[in-house]
Design a protein around this ligand. Structure first.
Ligand SMILES: Cc1ncc(COP(=O)(O)O)c(C=O)c1O
Length: 417
């Protein structure tokens, strides 16, 4: 019998003999590191484990999904087109126009928007599109916040670029400091991944910040990829978006040049398993992305396209989601009482708590309280001469119900003090 254990092929010995050794430059994925950290730690008996690691909302997915899938079963027999359907593009484009108050007709969904099978694959594949062999005669740079969503680094490295990690600390407002970017670096920058609201810190970029980032992309000829997958999870005000800012700048008829935004139904609609999102923006980039995706992407199955169309047209389930998150943050706040540098994020559903030593805290919380959280250092990189900007933190994903969240936060306070 053939073993399904691929671990025998995953090590450096294999790659040294054959294959693309860029893969070996990547750190282990954050959840692999967590599994290794906690492998020898046994949680206290008689306590039900609470998993607050993965950003996978546990709310019941909207009934609209099943209804629409059932009504579109004929689509399972068809290869999906790269661009999805006109109905999908119109629904996602109308949503962008509504959500960000874009001038009617400014966003042509037919030429400026593509479905993606979850934004992870598209964020990754974008680097293959955006990174040339050389920029300004040098190895291209891909900029990303630090901490960051792991696929940004994977994409940069696999595309042959140098990943450049820009600290997103309390001192920088939890977003990269754009004023710290030197012309030398910007000239060789091919792609800048910006996440707003940020995972894990929840900081949302201001209009001035986004305007500056868009200006830099245009001045230095790079692609600005704004990952807005947490844009719909907020407590008070809807976070501003990059298209909204681009529309307000002088644009000479090309409002989206150099800019792509990424949106997902995974968080907005609690539907991570649907694998549904879209990318929108610069029509020239979207055209080239469509060409690349014809070669590489499986396409979004047509029944999924239909379900996604229905979800982008519905706001009721999203409002209900936000209501559930507000209750969870209230439960967390009642227990934490401002400890560990707690602040209300502008968006997203993570607590980013400063606990001293994130790894040690994660081990203790698992051992003593069966509460599983992610050490912040696993989401960040050490840059020479600087500490890992996540090392002192834990990330707590408020994906369970409010009562469970409250109990978990009480356990955090009891155990960590
Ligand atoms: C910052 C960020 N971007 C993108 C994604 C990808 O989401 P999906 O592929 O489900 O659309 C995630 C998922 O956790 C995320 O945290």
């Amino acid at each position: 019998m053939v073993s399904a254990d691929f671990s025998v092929h995953s090590g450096a010995a294999f790659s040294a003999a054959i294959g693309n050794d860029r893969l070996d430059r990547l750190s282990d994925y954050p959840f692999t590191r967590l599994a290794n950290l906690l492998a020898g730690v046994t949680p206290r008996a008689n306590v039900a484990p609470v998993v607050l690691t993965v950003g996978e909302p546990q709310h019941t997915p909207p009934a609209l999904i099943d209804e629409t899938l059932r009504a579109n079963t004929a689509g399972w027999g068809k290869y999906p087109p790269v661009g999805g359907t006109p109905e999908f593009r119109a629904a996602a484009g109308d949503w962008l126009t509504r959500r960000y108050g874009l001038p009617t007709g400014l966003l042509h969904a037919e030429s400026s928007l593509l479905p993606v099978s979850g934004t992870r694959e598209a964020l990754f594949m974008l680097a293959l599109l955006a990174v040339p062999p050389h920029k300004a005669g040098k190895q291209p740079a891909v900029l990303m916040p630090n901490p960051f969503y792991a696929p940004y680094e994977g994409a940069a490295v696999m595309a042959g670029a140098e990943p450049v990690f820009l600290p997103g600390t309390r001192a920088t407002g939890f977003l990269p400091d754009l004023d710290a970017l030197t012309p030398e670096l910007l000239e060789r920058t091919a792609l800048f991944y910006l996440c707003t609201p940020a995972n894990p810190q929840g900081a949302a970029a201001s209009a001035a910040y986004l305007a500056k980032a868009i200006g830099l992309a245009r001045d230095y000829g790079f692609v600005l990829a704004v990952d807005e997958c947490y844009a719909e999870i907020y407590l008070d005000r809807p976070p501003i978006g990059a298209l909204e800012v681009a529309a307000s700048l002088p644009h000479g008829g090309a409002p989206w040049s150099n800019l792509l935004v990424f949106h997902s139904l995974s968080k907005r609609s609690s539907a991570a398993g649907l694998r549904s999102g879209f990318v929108a923006g610069d029509p020239a980039l979207i055209g080239r992305f469509s060409r690349l995706r014809s070669y590489a992407n499986a396409g979004m199955p047509l029944p999924v396209v239909a379900a996604s169309t229905a979800l982008w047209r519905d706001e009721a389930h999203v409002e209900e989601n936000r209501r559930l998150y507000r209750a969870k943050f209230a439960a967390a706040e009642a227990e934490l009482q401002g400890r560990y540098g707690y602040y209300r994020p502008d968006g997203g559903f993570f607590l980013w708590l400063e606990v001293g030593d994130g790894e040690e805290a994660a081990k203790r919380l698992w051992a003593e309280g069966a509460v599983r959280v992610l050490p912040g250092g696993y989401l960040a990189h050490s840059v020479p001469g600087e500490p890992n900007p996540g090392a002192a933190f834990i990330r707590v994903a408020l994906v369970q119900d409010a009562e469970t969240v409250g109990q978990a936060c009480a356990a955090i306070v009891r155990i960590l003090g």
